[in-house]
Design a protein around this ligand. Structure first.
Ligand code: C2E
Ligand code: CA
Ligand code: CA
Length: 586
């Protein structure tokens, strides 16, 4: 119990009211009849009332006098049960403004046993509004004001639950503007933004207010139609949208004719919101491939797609749950028989399927774009591991790590800067990393390949001989290594044409200062022939199969030391030639 020292000149009540006045939180006290018996200035300020108008009144009397609605029906319960009440409530002040307060009500008794309830309030209106605003921003697209993907998925999940409960159908329509990039490129981003806003408005005008429209990303929109019991109903909506898009859009001073492709997923008993959205996306891509219009997802036709979707979901999970792992296959120096590096090869440790080889999931990852984050992981992991090995085994700069890069990754504009980042993060010198690309990828993305070479890494053409790059092209490509594809090597000595082709590649490659790797060496005869032809490096089951990191370490322990060996005879010339070539191309 707090004690008060009162000078006779200060009455106890005066001391109490001064103290209450100094408290920032609004406080009021009510008696058993629910009348205000004590309150502080903060409370009167909150309500915008005069203290004299409040004292002695009940909530109802106060409301009729000055439009204050305290909605404090919890007082009765606190008096009855004696339990403390803690909660939030809305109230309207005398200025007619709604405020939200957090409130704590506690029952006390005077020494004479008279009960009274003390309420302590805190005005949380601004905090609530800020939270509401943040929530709105997190779930809406700032440009168009439409919901974003996160909000759409929420509505979709709720709609799926409702549809199941009431045995109704449901459709998701995904839209993608045709040739939107043309508008962006020719009229500029501002015009692009204006167009997107206009598209959002037009979509809303065609659809019913309760059909949820969202902007998923860039020029991709989606709409959710509840109570859609047959796919034809969704098709009719799509037709209305196509019709509405026949009118050109006004973008600044010009008019732009923009078409839209539509993918529909319809389902009477659909799966998860993500699946339904992906079904619509599969249909949308089919529509785009056909040059526009509308496509409905059909589990029959797209059955394979459904299966792949499942696989895709699993692969996405694999990436986040450390199910992916790297195997390493050594590259051997043909002259010395020592290790010159390793190629990192991905594997998927699937919980039920066991070890899945890359051929069974990389093509799908390429198709769905998942190869970009996967490739990113591979790059980082291979570099990290290599730096560790270099330290542990004292491997020098002769030990290079090769990483496979798919065309889609090369196409992605971020690869060069991401590679630079990974090198910085892991501390691997750039010229000890080899990126293996296919001939076709390099031919199609020469500028991107040059960007990569400018990072300082080496580029290799993987599976050389299987693509379009003829030997004549080689001089102009930013590469320093050729990996001769396994089919040529396996026919060495057995097929005259292939044997002489390998010989030609080796001669020309050496003239151009390129390192030549023979892939898939399986028997000693092939090895002997390749040695005669002065092939630089070899890789294949004859030396070792790809193996997990721990096994690879044992292999290194047997076949090192690499750093102290003499450089092979061809090396200085190759390096000098490369310098000359890069000087020419600079
Ligand atoms: P690749 O880049 O041509 O890799 C060489 C493949 O040949 C590997 O198959 C390797 O195990 C196999 N191989 C090596 N020596 C021999 C041999 O003497 N005989 C035979 N029969 N095969 C040999 P793997 O590991 O199954 O990889 C298959 C393909 O998957 C790779 O072909 C590559 O294109 C792709 N891949 C692997 N890892 C990655 C990755 O991290 N990213 C990307 N984008 N692709 C990858
Ligand atoms: Ca490769
Ligand atoms: Ca290869």
């Amino acid at each position: 119990m707090p004690k008060a020292f009162t000078d006779e000149s200060i009455a106890a009540f005066e001391l109490l009211s001064i103290t209450l006045g100094a408290v920032e939180d609004p406080i009021f006290v009510k008696d058993l009849e629910h009348r205000f018996v004590l309150l502080n200035d903060a409370f009167c300020e909150l309500l915008g009332v005069d203290p004299d108008a409040v004292i002695g009144k009940t909530d109802q009397e106060l409301a009729s006098l000055c439009d204050v609605d305290l909605q404090s029906d919890s007082d009765g319960r606190v008096f009855e049960t004696g339990d403390e009440f803690v909660g939030e409530q809305a109230l309207t002040d005398a200025r007619g403004q709604e405020r939200i307060v957090s409130i704590r009500k506690t029952l006390y008794r005077s020494s004479a046993g008279v009960p009274f309830v003390v309420s302590i309030l805190r005005d949380v209106t601004e905090r609530k509004q800020a939270v509401k605003l943040l929530l709105h921003q997190a779930l809406h697209d700032r440009l168009t004001g439409l919901g974003n993907r996160a909000l759409f998925e929420r509505y979709l999940q709720k709609a799926i639950d409702d549809a199941r409960r009431h045995a109704r159908g449901l459709a998701v329509l995904c839209f993608d503007l045709d040739r939107f990039t043309v508008v962006n490129d020719t009229l500029g981003y501002q015009a692009g933004d204006r167009l997107l806003t206009a598209v959002a408005r037009r979509l809303q005008s065609v659809l019913r207010p309760r059909d949820r429209v969202a902007r998923l990303s860039g020029d991709e929109f989606a709409c959710l139609v509840e109570g859609c019991d047959e796919p034809q109903a969704a098709l009719r909506i799509a037709e209305r949208i196509h019709e509405a898009f026949r009118q050109p859009f006004k973008v600044g001073d010009t008019r732009a004719q923009v078409d839209v492709s539509i993918g529909i997923a319809w389902s009477p008993g659909p799966e998860s919101s993500q699946d339904l959205l992906r079904f619509a996306d599969v249909a949308l891509h089919r529509a785009k491939r056909k040059g526009g219009g509308t496509q409905v997802f059909d589990a029959g036709i797209d059955g394979a797609a459904t299966e792949r979707l499942h696989f895709h979901n699993e692969l996405q999970r694999a990436l986040h749950q450390d199910e992916l792992t790297l195997y390493y296959q050594p590259l051997m120096d043909m002259a010395t028989g020592l290790i010159s590096g390793a190629e990192a090869l991905i594997r998927w440790r699937h919980p039920t399927r066991g070890l899945v080889p890359p051929d069974q999931f990389i093509p799908l990852a390429e198709e769905t774009g998942l190869i970009v984050p996967i490739g990113d992981w591979v790059l980082h992991e291979a570099c990290r591991q290599t730096v560790l090995w270099k330290r542990r085994f004292g491997l020098g700069c002769e030990f290079n790590i090769s990483v496979n890069v798919s065309a889609k990754q090369l196409h992605d504009s971020g690869l060069a800067s991401r590679t630079r980042e990974v090198l910085e993060e892991t501390g691997l010198p750039a010229d000890e990393l080899i990126l293996e690309l296919t001939e076709n990828a390099i031919l199609e993305e020469r500028a991107r390949a040059r960007e990569l070479r400018d990072v300082g890494v080496k580029l290799a053409i993987d599976d050389f001989g299987t693509g379009y790059a003829s030997l004549a092209y080689l001089r102009d490509l930013p590469v320093s290594m050729l990996k001769v594809a396994r089919p040529f090597i396996s026919k060495l000595g057995r097929d005259v044409v292939d044997t002489s082709l390998v010989n030609t590649i080796l001669t020309l490659g050496q003239d151009l200062g390129l390192l030549i790797v023979a892939e898939g060496i399986e028997d000693p005869k092939q090895l002997a022939l390749l040695r005669q032809m002065r092939c630089h490096l070899g890789q294949g089951f004859l030396f070792a199969k790809p193996m997990p990191a721990t096994e690879f370490e044992m292999f290194v322990a047997k076949n090192a030391p690499v750093s102290r060996r003499a450089a092979p005879a061809w090396a200085p010339r190759a390096a000098a030639d490369l310098r000359m070539r890069s000087a020419q191309s600079a």
